[in-house]
Design a protein around this ligand. Structure first.
Ligand SMILES: Cc1ncc(COP(=O)(O)O)c(C=O)c1O
Length: 421
């Protein structure tokens, strides 16, 4: 990695000392940092292949550098000790733990028969696109958005309609008129909603969700509401499950998981909520035909334990993410004011517009060679993401400090090289 010209003392000064901010910082008791290198970890062990440098600091891939909550590990240990891993079924306890979580956190009453197990949200998105639409049908997304949504529509031979969110100095909102026009003009059949929204960090309000549902109901569009980030809400606005908003149950399927909240992604255990009996039958028929199978024992055990005993751990995680955000926001405000950082209402993914600092074509070299940091590039999320980066904040404070220092130092060098003020 090319070193920037800033010396250590200078770099230290660039990064705000969090103790000087208004944020109360209690040391976390429950979050345990873990070195994930050499575990076939996508985020850390693929850096060489994906970014050309294995020594970068990994701030891409939306998972965490913390161990899952202790009660989850204990439950998994106990299951391993039991020792038999023959065929099984989704347990009523797994369903009940999720039902209880949704009710107590969101006031959303989910009936047991609405729930389906899937081995991940992304596989489920693919299955649902296949089950509910035909090749050539138009499917709409609000861009920039999580790139597997684009892939699921393109890979299955559907027609991809991108409706851009409106960006006002980093704050994003929906253009409902354009959304409806796009639906009408293209005869859209399916809408994949990201709620909260990865990567722009919005937690959609109840009013916004009501308007979306009303438009979709009017034009017979099915909503796949991906709520995998539902529990990672650090701002003022609370998450509203789309299923709580008035609308036609035939036009809604919710996808969610404990995997994002508790760092369990590779256990491949996610949930669908399908309120309408006919849609459930259609989905079940599709799964019987193309994806028979059941899930793994440890996934069910881990998810149940996380929903039952993970709340305190989650509170500490949210505090850590909030602190990480404040650190970056306040440091950038002083030393990199050209960067526009979107408000982080939800997700642990910070969306940063660097277009005023450097052209899009120079962004990769800047992040990899000058900063030594691996990020998700905004262009991966759609045209309107070009020139942006997405930083994963689900990592310990010391790493966020180092990344902040590196970016600020590299920006300083860049300004000097290009004679920017
Ligand atoms: C919006 C969204 N949906 C789904 C996923 C991944 O889901 P899964 O690992 O269950 O396939 C992610 C991961 O980053 C995501 O951000």
């Amino acid at each position: 990695m090319k070193q920037t010209c800033m010396n250590q003392a200078c770099m230290k000064r660039a990064c705000v000392n969090l103790d000087q901010t208004k944020l109360d910082r209690q040391p976390s008791r429950l979050l345990e940092e873990v070195d994930r290198r050499n575990t076939n970890c996508l985020k850390w062990d693929e850096l060489g292949k994906r970014f050309g440098d294995p020594d970068l600091i990994a701030m891409w891939v939306a998972d965490m550098d913390f161990k899952a909550p202790r009660p989850v590990l204990d439950a998994m240990h106990a299951r391993v000790e039991h020792g038999a891993f023959g065929y099984l079924m989704p347990s009523p306890e797994w369903k009940n733990a999720f039902i209880h979580w949704e009710m107590t956190r969101y006031g959303y009453r989910v009936e047991p028969e609405w729930i389906r197990y899937t081995p991940g949200v992304v596989p489920a998105v693919y299955w649902l696109v296949n089950a509910l639409t035909e090749p050539g049908d138009a499917c709409i997304i609000l861009t920039p958005v999580y790139y597997p949504f684009h892939h699921a529509i393109r890979d299955t031979g559907r027609s991809l309609i991108c409706c851009d969110l409106v960006n006002e100095r980093g704050s994003y909102h929906m253009d409902f008129e354009k959304f409806e026009q796009d639906i009408i003009l293209n005869r859209v059949k399916l809408f994949i909603l990201c709620s909260p929204h990865n990567p722009v960090g919005r937690v959609w309000s109840r009013e916004e969700l009501e308007r979306l549902r009303a438009i979709c109901d009017l034009h017979g569009v099915t909503i796949l509401s991906d709520e995998i980030h539902q529990d990672i809400v650090t701002g003022e606005r609370r998450h509203t499950p789309t299923g709580l908003v008035a609308g036609d149950a035939r036009n809604l399927i919710t996808l969610t998981s404990a995997s994002k909240t508790f760092n369990l992604a590779s256990l491949e255990n996610s949930l669908l909520v399908i309120q309408d009996a006919e849609i459930r039958e259609k989905y079940d028929a599709f799964v019987r035909k193309y994806h028979p199978g059941g899930g793994n024992a440890l996934g069910f055990v881990a998810v149940e334990a996380a929903y039952r005993h993970g709340e305190q751990w989650l509170e500490e995680l949210l505090a850590e993410i909030r602190g990480n955000e404040v650190l970056i926001r306040e440091s950038f405000a002083i030393s990199l004011p050209e960067a526009v950082i979107s408000p982080l209402e939800g997700t642990y993914l910070l969306w940063i517009d660097l277009r005023a600092l450097l052209p899009e074509t120079a962004l990769t070299d800047f992040m990899v060679k000058s900063c030594g940091v691996a990020v998700d590039y905004g262009s991966w999320f759609g045209e309107s993401g070009k020139g942006f980066i997405r930083l994963n904040l689900a990592t310990p404070r010391h790493r966020v400090e180092e990344v902040t220092e590196r970016i600020l130092a590299a920006a300083d060098t860049l300004r000097k090289e290009t004679n920017m003020p």
